[in-house]
Design a protein around this ligand. Sequence first.
Ligand code: MD3
Ligand code: FE
Length: 203
Amino acid sequence: IREIITEGAVVLRGFALANEQALLQAIDEVSQQAPFRHMRTPGGHAMSAAMSACGHVGWVTDQRGYRYQAEDPESGSPWPAMPGVFRRLAAEAAEDAGYPGFEPDACLINRYQRGAKMGLHQDRDERDFSQPIVSVSLGLPMVFQFGGRKRSDRPLKVPLTHGDVVVWGGPSRLNYHGVLTLKTGHHPLTGPYRYNLTFRRAL
Ligand code: MD3
Ligand code: FE
């Protein structure tokens, strides 16, 4: 089931369901090597979503700003390699949405607990905005806010549930977006959490 949100943004409902167990196990393995942590924004606020990452580079934020880097700042070691099931799923979803040949080099793993949210922002720390972004939702449901090219454009609310995959590219690549506050809940596979995998070509 494919829904178009706007030009360049496609929701593939349930696309990740066939791999749910393998994806959650891979999140577990990655986060044993690169534990979830609440990074700080350059302004000094702790982000409410906990983050981990895998791939050649990981997205980080600290006093110095936002960037991609090859080492986990907590350990000084390289980020864990991107699990095969991650890479394959991201490439298949991108191809389905009309972006063949997507080879992500970064996967950010966001873990939301009750009360966590992500305010409206643009993703602009990547080098090539012609590359799409693939996002995979697992666990508790949450409402995604999809805005326009300007912060002041009124966002559309899109509910995302376990297994949904969204591909953003082309004209929607620099749109503002965010997620509303996660409500308390229990998911049979993830307990109190919602996970989001965000696949990007950063370099
Ligand atoms: C729309 N994460 O980590 S991914 C982020 O659910 C982030 O954790 C959200 O936004 C989450 O930066 C949503 C979906 C997403 C990612 C990039 C986009 C949507 C996008 C770029 C342009 C438009
Ligand atoms: Fe984002």
